[in-house]
Write a protein of this length. Structure first.
Length: 191
């Protein structure tokens, strides 16, 4: 096994990984209903979800409002510490370089993601910032958990976006229609 190879968890942990990834997928689907790129993330501490989020770039008009970034902030608040060394992050798509940098700085123990991003992923897809030897922390990586479901959510979202574009329907970009969808969707009331 190379220094940058993903670590394969024991079989009993795979069931937990699927359980927590299903929650991340639920949040990704919520993002899609809100016309956000459908990526969901949860952070787990001692077997309990302490943070949940989904992409909110369009809704918040904030390029940094990725699911991982918002979940990190929630987890830091829940633990009252920016160090998240005993936490695991579940995310439906491989983190980008921005999110990977924040993950390393927060010292997340393990990153579990569904589908890789070969064009821009920073957990081994294109780069591997999560295990870069020159940084002060390295995360364990597990990939492919419910990967087909994670890919399907993204493909469906972008196929629908292309269909709407071909029909001349403008993208809502977190507008009022998205708020209507939000009111119909289950709300997150905290971990």
């Amino acid at each position: 096994m190379s220094e940058f190879s993903p670590i394969v968890p024991p079989p009993d942990m795979l069931n937990n990984d699927e359980h927590f990834m299903r929650e991340a997928l639920r949040l990704a689907r919520k993002a899609a209903r809100l016309d956000e790129v459908p990526i969901g993330a949860v952070i787990v501490h001692q077997g309990r979800i302490i943070a949940r989020s989904w992409n909110q770039v369009e809704t918040l008009k904030d390029a940094t409002a990725h699911a991982e970034m918002l979940a990190l902030t929630q987890a830091e608040s829940a633990l009252e510490d920016w160090r998240l060394a005993d936490c695991d992050l579940y995310v439906t798509k491989e983190p980008c370089p921005m999110c990977a940098g924040a993950i390393v700085h927060c010292r997340i123990r393990r990153v579990i993601f569904g589908c890789p991003d070969v064009k821009g992923g920073a957990a081994g897809g294109f780069w591997n910032l999560l295990q870069a030897p020159n940084l002060n922390h390295r995360c364990e990586i597990s990939q492919g958990v419910l990967g087909e479901e994670c890919v399907a959510v993204l493909k469906d979202f972008f196929a629908e976006a292309r269909r709407r574009k071909a029909e001349g329907v403008p993208h809502k970009k977190g507008g009022a229609a998205s708020l209507d969808a939000f009111s119909e969707a289950p709300r997150f009331d905290g971990p």
